[in-house]
Design a protein around this ligand. Structure first.
Ligand SMILES: *Cc1c(COP(=O)(O)O)cnc(C)c1O
Length: 356
C-alpha cells in the first residue's frame, strides 16, 4: 500500500495537511452528544458563515459524506419537477450536476461554459426562463474558474436560485455569498481546507431555506439536519474527528488573519509557478485559472501519463493525472493546502530534469 509520506503532494484533494491538523486526527474520537461537541459545531458554523460573508440567518448543514453527496443532497432538497434548471457544464463536475438532474428527473439545460461576461450568458439562455442555476465555481477537471460575480448578478436579475459548488476554490479564490448573490454553497473537507475527506458542508441562505422542498429518504433530508443543528448536533453520527479538525482549522485561519491570507498565499504560489513554466513544452490549459490549480497541456498533445509517473517515481512528487479523453494530453498541479513556493521549486526541478 502506497502511503505517500514524505512526498510532495500536489493533487487537488486530498491535499497536503499540516502536522498540527494531522496530530488532531491521531487522537481518540470523543463522545459527541454533549455540550463540548455542540459548542464546537456551533462555533464552526459561525466561523464558516463569516468566512463566506453569508447573509444573516444562513445555516450550515454538516454531512458526513464526500463532496458529491453535498451536490446530490443540495439538488434533492432545493429542486424538483417544477424547476427549470440551467447547469454550467464545463467538465467532469459540471457533468456530475447534469447526471444528478437526470437521476432525479429534473428538467434542465446544460450551458457551454465559454462564457466570459454577463452579456454572453444573457444571449445564450434567452428566451427560456429558468428557476435555478447549478455551477461548479471552479471546474476542477480542467482548472477553469467561472466569473461568480457575473453569474450571481445574472441569477439575481432573473430571480433564479444560485447554487454554487465551491468545493475546489474555497480558500484559494474570492467567495462572497452576499456580493455574489449565492443562495446555496457546497463545500468539502479535503480540498482547500486541507482536512481528511469525508465531511461536506452545505451553506443555505435564508432565500434557499425558504425554498426547501419536501424530500423522500432520511440521510439527505436537510430538515432533520436543520432541526438538530439548532443545538449544534447532527441527526446521525457525524465525522466527529474531521469536525474537530475543521474547528481547529477555522480557528487557525481566523488567528492568522482570515481567509484573505490563504487566498493571497494560493495566488502567490500559483503565479510563481506559472511564471516559470514557459521554458518547458507545456502550456496553461485555460485563460481563467483558479489560484488553486494549474491545468497544463502537453504542447505535443501527448506524454502527460509518462510525465506524471516520472515525477512520482524519480522525484516523489504527486501531480494529478486527468481521466478519459484528456488522460495523456493534460495533467494538473494543485496549489491548495499546505504547499508553498519551495514545493513549486521541487516540481520545477523535476520538470527541468524531464524535459531538458
Ligand atoms: C472534488 C470535487 C467534488 C467532490 O468530489 P468527491 O469525490 O465526491 O469528494 C465536487 N465538486 C468539485 C468541483 C470538486 O473539485
Amino acid at each position: 500500500m502506497m502511503i505517500y509520506e514524505n512526498y510532495t503532494i500536489l493533487t487537488p484533494g486530498p491535499t497536503k495537511m499540516s502536522s498540527y491538523i494531522l496530530g488532531l486526527g491521531a487522537k481518540q474520537v470523543p463522545y459527541f452528544r454533549n455540550k463540548p461537541f455542540s459548542d464546537c459545531v456551533l462555533a464552526s458554523e459561525k466561523m464558516l458563515l463569516n468566512t463566506v460573508n453569508a447573509p444573516d440567518g444562513s445555516r450550515v448543514i454538516f454531512l458526513t459524506a464526500s463532496g458529491t453527496a453535498g451536490m446530490e443532497a443540495t439538488v434533492i432538497n432545493l429542486l424538483n419537477a417544477d424547476d427549470e434548471v440551467l447547469v454550467v457544464n464545463g467538465g467532469t463536475f459540471g457533468q456530475r450536476f447534469c447526471d444528478l438532474c437526470r437521476e432525479y428527473d429534473l428538467s434542465f439545460d446544460a450551458l457551454d461554459p465559454q462564457l466570459k461576461n454577463l452579456s454572453d450568458i444573457a444571449t445564450r439562455v434567452a428566451p427560456k426562463s429558468y428557476s435555478a442555476l447549478l455551477v461548479n465555481a471552479h471546474e476542477t477537471s480542467v482548472g477553469l474558474l467561472y466569473d461568480l460575480d457575473a453569474i450571481g448578478y445574472f441569477c439575481r436579475q432573473h430571480n433564479m436560485l444560485n447554487i454554487v459548488d465551491a468545493i475546489s476554490m474555497f480558500t484559494t479564490d474570492r467567495l462572497d455569498m452576499q456580493e455574489q448573490f449565492i443562495d446555496a454553497l457546497i463545500l468539502s473537507s479535503q480540498k482547500g481546507l486541507a482536512l481528511p475527506p469525508g465531511l461536506s458542508m452545505v451553506i443555505l441562505s435564508p432565500r434557499a431555506l425558504s425554498r426547501l422542498k419536501p424530500v423522500r429518504g432520511l440521510y439527505f433530508n436537510f430538515s432533520n439536519y436543520l432541526k438538530n443543528g439548532e443545538r449544534g448536533q447532527t441527526p446521525y453520527t457525524p465525522a466527529v474527528s474531521i469536525i474537530l479538525q475543521l474547528h481547529a482549522r477555522l480557528l487557525q485561519i481566523k488567528e492568522e488573519g482570515g481567509i484573505q491570507r490563504l487566498i493571497e498565499k494560493a495566488r502567490k504560489c500559483s503565479s510563481y509557478f506559472r511564471g516559470q513554466i514557459t521554458e518547458f513544452p507545456i502550456s496553461e490549459f485555460t485563460e481563467f485559472p483558479s489560484n488553486g490549480l494549474t491545468a497544463l497541456k502537453m504542447n505535443d498533445g501527448c506524454g502527460a501519463k509518462s510525465l506524471v509517473s516520472y515525477l512520482e517515481k524519480e522525484h516523489k512528487i504527486i501531480v494529478c493525472p486527468n481521466g478519459g479523453d484528456l488522460a495523456d494530453s493534460l495533467f494538473r498541479v494543485s496549489h491548495m493546502g499546505e504547499v508553498n513556493c519551495e514545493d513549486m521549486d521541487k516540481l520545477l526541478k523535476g520538470l527541468r530534469n524531464y524535459f531538458c
